[in-house]
Each structure stands twice: as C-alpha cells, then as structure tokens.
Design a protein around this ligand. Structure first.
Ligand SMILES: NC(=O)C1=CN([C@@H]2O[C@H](COP(=O)(O)OP(=O)(O)OC[C@H]3O[C@@H](n4cnc5c(N)ncnc54)[C@H](OP(=O)(O)O)[C@@H]3O)[C@@H](O)[C@H]2O)C=CC1
Ligand SMILES: Nc1c(N[C@@H]2O[C@H](COP(=O)(O)O)[C@@H](O)[C@H]2O)[nH]c(=O)[nH]c1=O
Length: 594
C-alpha cells in the first residue's frame, strides 16, 4: 500500500544480523536498523483495524539476533512490548528492546514498562517520544527509574542514520502526531490524473484513469483511514461506492460534503449494508432531502458554514485519526486553501485525454505566480503497474524533538510550555531584547549569608561564582570569595571564578556539582522577586521556551546547535511557572540535578 510502499523503499526487508561492533563505532547502524524494523512491525495492523497509535517492539540479543517481535494489533489488545517479551522468553535477559515509539501508559498501569523490566531487558532504544502531552516522557522516566538504560533517538543518539530512522518512526505515526499537534485528523488528498493533468474527460467521465494495481492500492489507503470524503459533485457524476476492497478488515466511514444537498435520491453511498455514510451540509439545506437520507439510515450533520476546516475539527472531536480525500478539484482546492491537507498521493497514468474544460485535480487557489506554488516535502516516487505514484507532504510533520535537549521534559519543569511550542525566546547578551534574563544583567541581589544577615551581590553572576568557594576551609578560598564579591562587573566576577577554578581546583567546594543548580535557583529567585519589571518580563513569556543562547556553555546554555543542556533557561521557566502560580515542587528542582 502507498504509505507502506514509501516505508518499504526506506527500510531493508531483510534485517541482517548486525555485529555489536556497529553499536560502538558511532554510526549507529544497529540502532537505526532495529528501530526501522520496529517501525515496520508497528505498521502491520494497518488496514485491518481502525487507525490507532502504532507500536512495534523488536528485541535483539547482544549478538545481534532478533529474539522477539510484537505490534499492537488494535487499541485494547496486548501491547507490542508484552508480545515481544513473551516471544523472546529467556533471551530477554540483558537484551535490548527497540521501540518505534515510547509506550503510552494510558491507564497508569505501565504494562509495557513492566513487561520489559520483568523480562530482564537492560536497554531500551526509543524512536520517538509519545506525541500526546499527558503520556509524553512517562514511560521513559519509568524505565529509567527502574534502572533500564534508555536512549531516545534525536536526544541521546544523533547521527544521519538515526535521523533517517526517526523519520520512519514519524511516518508510521504521522496521523497521531498531526492529531496531537494540530487537533485535526491527518488528511491525505488522493487523486488519479492523466499525463496531461486531467482527473476526468470534459464530459466528466473518469472510469478509469489509473490502472487496476493503482486502484487496489487505493483500497488499501482507504483501509488505513477512518473516513473517505468526497464532494457533492463527485457523488452526482461517479455514483461511487468508496469501500475498501483490499481484503483487510477495516472499512472507513464515507463522508459527503454538500452545501446544496442537491444529491441523487438513489446512490451507492446511501446503501448502508456494508458501511455507513455521513452527509455534512449547510444548516437548513433541503430539509425534505435530509429526511429522505435519515430514512435510509444516513446521518446528516449541519454546519453553520460548511468548510473543510470546521468539518475536520468536527471529525477530530469524533475521534478520527486519518481522513482520505477522494474529491474532485473544487473541494480539493477548498481543502488545500484551508490548510487541512497534510499529504498528497497523486497517481499519474501514462494517458492523454486533452480537453480544455476537462477537470484538473486542484481548482483555483488564487495563485498567479509560480513562486507561490506549494512545494511538497519528502517526496517519494514509486511505480505502480504502468502508473507513477508521487507522494509528499504539503506541510512538515511537527518535530517531536524537545525544543531544548532535556534530561527531563520541559513540560515537567514548566507546564505552560507545550511540547509543540515553536516559540523560543533566546537570550544571551544583556543588551538583547530579553537580555535581563542573563546572569550578567546589572541587577544586584540580596542574599542571606551564613549567619542570616542579608548581603548585597552586584549580580547573579557575582553570587554564583563566589559560591564555588564559599565554606571552603582555606584562606585562599575566602580571598577568592572577597575578590569575586568586589569585582567591578559580572564579566570580571566570571573571569576570576572560572580562572581560579581552573588553576586551583582544590579550592572548589566538594559538593559544588550537586548544589550549583540550587545556588543558581536561589539567586535567580531573588533577582526576579526584587525587581517587579523583571518579574513581569519573565511572566510575559509564558508558553515560550527560554533558551540561553550561549554557544559555548553546554551546561547553562543551549549551545550552538541546541546541544547544550540549557539549565539557565530551564530554571527561568521553572521560576516563571512558580510565579504564575503553577505547581512546582522542590522535588522538581532536585530532579533537574544532573
Ligand atoms: N480522477 C480522480 O481521482 C477523481 C475524479 N473525479 C472527477 O471529478 C469531477 C468532479 O469534480 P468536482 O466538481 O471538483 O467535485 P468535488 O468532489 O470537488 O465536489 C464539489 C462539490 O463539493 C461540495 N462542497 C461542499 N463544501 C464545499 C466547499 N467548502 N468547497 C467546495 N466544494 C464544497 C459542493 O457540493 P454541492 O454542489 O452538492 O453543494 C461542490 O459542488 C467528476 O468528473 C469526477 O469524476 C472526482 C474525484 C476523483
Ligand atoms: N477515476 C479514478 C478514481 N476516482 C475516485 O474513485 C471513486 C470511485 O470509487 P469506487 O466507486 O469505490 O470504485 C470516484 O468517485 C473518485 O473519488 N480513483 C482512482 O484511483 N482512479 C481513477 O481512475
């Protein structure tokens, strides 16, 4: 089938036994191979069951053999991980489990996690985190807390091969990702056209443009969808059945969009014996015809203004993950203009029909220059019988990588940030728009000293640097504290602190690595509590990810390419959350500690 074909093109069918050496040579051959396989395995239920989150699990032993596999057949059936562990039996001990997606602990019972832990799996490699916010990160945390080593692609493992494998994981769960990110079902526009770009002759006759092989593939595409949708004119012209005759099991619901309800009284789509049909229409349209449809068992849903976006939002709320649009060019143009089409499958038949008025796949989009054309992304070309299938995305799948690399989830630190949040506020130099977030900003703070008296520090940086040496029983360390405290500028304080740390590492307090986050947190809390305008500025960024754009500080900053841990940004987000009254317990602070 089409999506499947695209996957097949990317994934070797026969996964060879890969040697363990591959794992250590940095190229991630083994990880990429087995994750791709897990994604393919995850895809096996497609067409048989209603679209659902696709999970696959592959268990590989230390010598590179596959010991067990499993996939989630349908919601509510045995999890992929449980099946794979059962299949692998004793071979699970010390083995690695490859999962295309983080298990979704929907019911709080951690079935998948428990199966892996009890089976004796010591390492889990995960293709992508769960896209649903309330499940995201939960299984990763649970596995790690039980001593299982977890590597998430794109976070803990990065390379070209890993990127390609991740992409396949995204493809396998594209509908879920879209649904989670946009609250719309994943919409695929499919059409068959002649080589001269017509979807019918000028008479409207269209059977058939594409070959039998292509049409069989369309049945499979339908089987992978929750619903197939056409416009009123296609019903009038083609009298389609829109059933999935692919020998699978799943049949999509059929949806007709018609404003006028000027539809035939007898039509294949009103035959509800195999599968049901829903007609969506404009409020008040042809009430008598609505009654006729109702008498045949066809559900009619009225919209105030019938447009593709409202219809898709409605079907999202009815639980649809994926919709196949098989309409003509009029409705296709309207759907594309509304921005709800994610992917296109175009079957191009080597035929020429001509005809000035013969319809084309997409009607008017209001574009006048080629520079306005929509460019497809991740385009695949596959030959299907005599036809060529060209597929690609009209909009990129939302990136599931945490916006900042995280030991834990940003969301856990600050619930105002959505995992799909694209808005990032970078700060670094004090003169930048959000420069006041920098520790070098000239905002003195008052902090209690050892005896509880409040002492003024010229900046957060002064306080932080000095505390590397506070409490160390050495006169030189005490001298360092004084020197840093009286440094004229934050830069000077940083310079003294860093050079003393390099030159005299024995002067650094022994617990520094454990307490440095807490030291910074206290200083920041003071700064953003003392200055109301700073507090307002911080709170005003709610919902955005804060990243200290330091290219070289990979602990406090985000690094040049996002490789830094961005602890300063995280602490600020945590503080922001606290100021906003969001719950943020002290345990969250300690969970930030590396
Ligand atoms: N080769 C192929 O892949 C395909 C070919 N075809 C061919 O295409 C031709 C029909 O194309 P076309 O007329 O474009 O048919 P469409 O399937 O695009 O139907 C258009 C109709 O959709 C309804 N509609 C409801 N809401 C909207 C909206 N917001 N925007 C636009 N339309 C809306 C209207 O129905 P109403 O008038 O009832 O209110 C409108 O007339 C036929 O000849 C058919 O054989 C069709 C599908 C696929
Ligand atoms: N003509 C044409 C297609 N047309 C689409 O298929 C519908 C008919 O489906 P069914 O009645 O179930 O066989 C029709 O209304 C239109 O949506 N599809 C294709 O793959 N290739 C073709 O050449």
């Amino acid at each position: 089938m089409a999506l499947f074909l695209s996957l097949k093109a990317c994934v070797p069918f026969i996964i060879c036994k890969a040697s363990m050496d591959n794992r250590n040579n940095g190229s991630h051959v083994l990880e990429a191979t087995y994750i791709r396989r897990a994604a393919l395995v995850a895809d096996r239920s497609a067409g048989f069951t209603s679209p659902h989150p696709n999970f696959g699990c592959v268990i590989a032993t230390g010598d590179g053999n596959i010991a067990g596999e499993g996939f989630l057949y349908a919601q509510g059936t045995k999890p992929a991980e449980v099946q794979a562990v059962e299949a692998a039996g004793e071979l699970c001990r010390g083995a690695t489990a490859y999962l295309n997606m983080e298990p979704g602990d929907c019911h709080g019972d951690h079935t998948a996690v428990s199966a892996l832990v009890q089976g004796g799996i010591t390492r889990v490699v995960i293709g992508m985190r769960h896209p649903l916010q309330h499940l995201r990160g939960s299984a990763v945390r649970a596995l790690r807390s039980q001593g299982v080593h977890v590597d998430v692609l794109g976070e803990d493992l990065r390379s070209k091969l890993i990127e390609e494998a991740r992409k396949i994981c995204f493809l396998v769960n594209a509908p879920l990702i879209c649904r989670a990110a946009s609250r719309l079902p994943f919409s695929v526009l499919k059409y068959a056209m002649t080589l001269d770009g017509k979807i019918a002759a000028s008479s409207g006759h269209a059977t058939w443009i594409s070959s039998k092989q292509s049409r069989n593939l369309v049945f499979e595409l339908r089987g992978r969808s929750d619903a197939v949708i056409v416009g009123g004119n296609t019903v009038r012209r083609d009298n389609p059945r829109l059933t999935a005759r692919h020998g699978g099991g799943h049949m999509p619901v059929r949806i007709v969009m018609s404003q006028t309800l000027n539809l035939p009284e007898e039509a294949n789509l009103w035959d509800m014996s195999e599968v049901s049909t829903i007609v969506v229409t404009q409020r008040g349209a042809r009430r008598s015809f609505q009654k006729l449809l109702a008498s045949k068992g066809v559900e009619v849903v009225e919209f105030d203004i019938l447009n593709p976006r409202d219809v898709m939002e409605y079907f999202h709320d009815r639980g649809c993950l994926s919709i196949l649009w098989e309409c003509g060019g009029t409705l296709a143009a309207s759907a594309i203009s509304s921005g709800i089409i994610h992917k296109v499958f175009a079957f191009v038949a080597p035929k020429i029909i001509g005809g000035k008025s013969a319809p084309s796949p997409v009607g008017d989009l209001g574009m006048v220059e080629m520079s306005q054309a929509l460019n497809l992304i991740d385009v695949c070309y596959e030959q299907v019988g005599p036809d060529m299938l060209i597929s690609g995305f009209l909009q990129p799948l939302p990136d599931m990588t945490p916006t900042i690399p995280s030991v834990d989830e940003t969301f856990a630190v600050d619930p105002t940030v959505s995992p799909y949040e694209s808005s990032i506020i970078f700060f670094y130099k004090t003169w930048d728009p959000y420069g006041a977030f920098s520790n070098f900003s000239p905002h003195p703070i008052q902090m209690p000293d050892g005896s509880g008296d409040y002492v003024t520090w010229l900046s957060v940086e002064h306080y932080y640097q000095a505390h590397k040496f506070v409490g160390v029983n050495d006169p030189l360390a005490q001298k360092c504290v004084e020197r840093i405290k009286s440094a004229k500028s934050p830069e000077e304080a940083a310079r003294i602190g860093r050079s003393m740390q390099r030159q005299q590492p024995h002067l650094i307090r022994s617990d520094w690595d454990n307490i440095k986050i807490d030291v910074m947190y206290k200083a920041l809390k003071s700064k953003f509590s003392i200055y109301p305008h700073l507090n307002c500025m911080l709170v005003s960024t709610a919902g955005s990810v804060l990243v200290e754009a330091s290219p070289h500080d990979l602990f406090w900053g985000g690094g040049r390419d996002g490789e830094g841990l961005n602890y300063l940004g995280r602490l600020l987000m945590q503080l922001r959350s606290e100021f906003l009254g969001e719950s943020s317990s002290s345990s969250e602070i300690s969970c930030l500690a590396v």
